[in-house]
Design a protein around this ligand. Structure first.
Ligand code: SF4
Length: 325
């Protein structure tokens, strides 16, 4: 832990100071940084408007600031004029989407995180080997739709829970493999994988872990702060899978947690009787939101910040060549 930092002179001097344990790493990951930069570079290179299929990352603040620069967010490709550039979000898209863009001769840039693309390639290889894929993920999440859309229909089955594993009807000698969404709970997924291995001892595992480094590191950091905190706040959107998992991680360790999209959502009543507050942010939440939360807390209490570092991150992903040439 670093040396505490005191500030916020406006806080009520009669109330005890509030220690804020700030998880590190938190906030933007390399895939989110890259996706945002792709939209910004596309705006520079092609001029506004640049269309973006689905929220580029699940964060209102990011989406609004890109809108101000000239990005237009849509849900489907048929909402994009054929002569306008379009960016596919960091979550990835089914194969049918770039195929449709090519059929319409559209200019598109794929901002799929390279770690999601890696799962897509693994899915293709597993299908080439004649395996049926059991995919661990959350139904309806765009990454799940994108990954399931990499393989022919009927060759991949989604499981969300251990109970779903129990309901699978494959024979023990079926040629099966598994993969997972990149932003799941590390602990829940380990349990589901264990259940799959017990049920289907011959099931083939992916070459490398699918849950990404950013998801694992943010969960590890919350595991460090939660036991020492009376309450944990996680900055993130309700549709951000990795952010919601951080709330779950804290609650599972016995520390209540709230997901907030911004400082404005903090209810001051939450702080009553709280001496130590844990704070983290999902992979799509910018650091400015963390600073706004600290400032808001400082309006009520004198804040002592402490960073709690679980891992160092140096990952950087290359931009697509069409934006750097
Ligand atoms: Fe990529 Fe992981 Fe970030 Fe998702 S959370 S964009 S998979 S690095």
């Amino acid at each position: 832990m670093n040396a505490p930092l005191r500030h916020q002179p406006e806080a009520d001097p009669l109330l005890p100071p509030l220690t804020v344990l700030i998880a590190a790493p938190r906030g933007f990951c390399a895939g989110v940084d890259r996706a945002i930069e792709i939209v910004e570079r596309a705006l520079e290179k092609y001029g506004a408007p640049v269309y973006v299929r689905h929220e580029i990352v699940h964060n209102r603040h990011v989406v609004e600031s890109l809108k101000e620069k000239g990005a237009i967010f849509v849900e489907e490709l048929d909402e994009v004029p054929t002569d306008a550039p379009v960016v596919f979000s960091a979550h990835g898209v089914p194969k049918s989407v770039p195929a449709e863009a090519e059929r319409r001769n559209m200019l598109y840039v794929d901002a799929t995180c390279p770690l999601v693309s890696k799962v897509h390639r693994q899915a293709e290889r597993q299908i080439e080997k004649g395996q049926h894929i059991i995919f661990i993920g959350h139904a309806g999440h765009p990454e799940v739709i994108g990954t399931m859309g990499q393989v022919p229909e009927g060759r991949i089955t989604l499981v969300e829970t251990i109970e779903d594993v129990g309901r699978l009807t494959f024979g023990a000698d079926e040629n099966l493999s598994f993969l997972s969404q990149t932003t799941l709970s590390v602990d829940d997924t380990a349990e589901i994988i264990e259940a799959l291995k017990v049920r289907f001892p011959g099931i083939v595992a992916p070459k490398a872990e699918d849950i990404c480094y950013a998801t694992s590191n943010r969960q590890a950091a919350v595991k460090q702060i939660a036991p020492a905190s009376d309450l944990v706040l996680v900055i993130g959107a309700p549709n951000s899978s990795n952010s919601v998992r951080l709330v779950e991680v804290s609650r599972r360790l016995g520390t209540d947690a709230h997901l907030i999209q911004s400082a404005a959502e903090i209810d001051p009543a939450w702080l009553e009787g709280i001496g130590t507050l844990g704070l983290s942010a999902g992979a799509s939440a910018p650091e400015v939101l963390v600073r706004e939360v600290i400032a808001k807390l400082g309006e009520w209490r004198t804040v002592e910040e402490q960073q709690v570092m679980a891992a160092e991150e140096k990952m950087v992903f290359k931009l697509p060549r069409q934006l750097t040439d």
